[in-house]
Design a binder for this molecule. Structure first.
Ligand code: SAM
Length: 255
């Protein structure tokens, strides 16, 4: 049994998981663990994946998360759900809320059609810079734009998306929501107000059970069959098989 398989079943025996738990307050305020692991990830990917090789970049991030330091990426198990939702939607324009180090953006670019464009919003400038360099190394930076901001900044980021990235009514085919759990619902409601989603667009939300986005979950239940049709994927928290999580995959039915 390799190290990764052991850590999968005994995640709390890992120092990097405990260290993250100790730094949880910092993590959910500043969105870096505080021990330099995000910068270490960048060095690891650049050293262990060949330039321009997307599969190797994704594998290197997963290896780092299993063998070096736990990361709050969507991870390989939930990442496969994201891949399948993207393959089903065949999107041209995608939005991601929460880039972190660019792992889900890498997966998104592998799963999406070759002419698809992803705009990923990240409010931590250090995370955005790390993700940018990893995406460049993997050879997909020309199809991904990281916007350093947040949808909740009073209109600035919304204006940037509409002015520079082709966002407008009915233009958005896919959204992946993976940022601060308490703003999942307000940010979805903003997207609905802006009418960006085309009928048939798909919205995927990570961490609906852990750490949990109960208001978002309740909204999808309340609007089942009218505004959205949702599949609930019962799965695990990233990079381990002990704690359970839920990913929601919601088809927009139009209004
Ligand atoms: C769980 S991580 C994203 C993981 C990434 N999607 C992946 O799977 O590789 C959450 C990220 O969202 C960012 N974030 C948190 N709240 C945000 C907000 N309101 N707007 C934009 N970014 C936010 C954090 O800085 C952090 O980098």
């Amino acid at each position: 049994m390799g190290l990764a398989s052991i850590w999968k079943y005994l995640p709390f025996a890992r120092w990097s998981v405990l260290r993250m738990g100790l730094g949880a307050r910092t993590l959910f305020k500043d969105w870096q663990v505080g021990d330099g692991r995000e910068a270490a990830l960048e060095r690891y990917v650049l050293a262990n994946a060949r330039q321009g090789n997307l599969d190797e970049a994704i594998n290197a991030v997963d290896r780092f998360a299993y063998e070096k330091s736990f990361l709050i990426n969507v991870g390989d198990e939930k990442g496969a759900l994201l891949d399948a939702a993207i393959a089903r939607a065949k999107p041209k324009l995608l939005l991601e809320l929460g880039t972190y180090c660019g792992y889900s953006a890498l997966r998104t670019m592998r799963a999406a059609p070759k002419d698809a464009k992803l705009v990923s919003i990240e409010f931590n400038a250090d995370n955005a810079a790390i993700a940018q360099r990893i995406l460049e190394h993997a050879g997909v930076a020309d199809r991904v734009t990281i916007v350093n901001g947040t949808l909740g900044d009073g209109g600035k980021t919304v204006a940037t998306l509409e002015r520079e990235h082709g966002f407008g009514p009915g233009k958005l085919d896919f959204a992946f929501i993976d940022h601060a759990k308490e703003v999942y619902l307000p940010d979805l409601q903003l997207i609905l107000r802006e009418r960006w989603l085309r009928t048939g667009a798909v919205v995927v939300a990570d961490n609906v059970k852990l750490p949990g986005a109960p208001e978002y979950h309740a909204f999808m239940k309340a609007n089942e069959g009218t505004l959205f049709r949702t599949r609930e994927h019962s799965t695990h928290v990233e990079y381990q098989s002990l704690l359970r999580d839920i990913v929601l995959e919601s088809d927009y039915l139009g209004d």
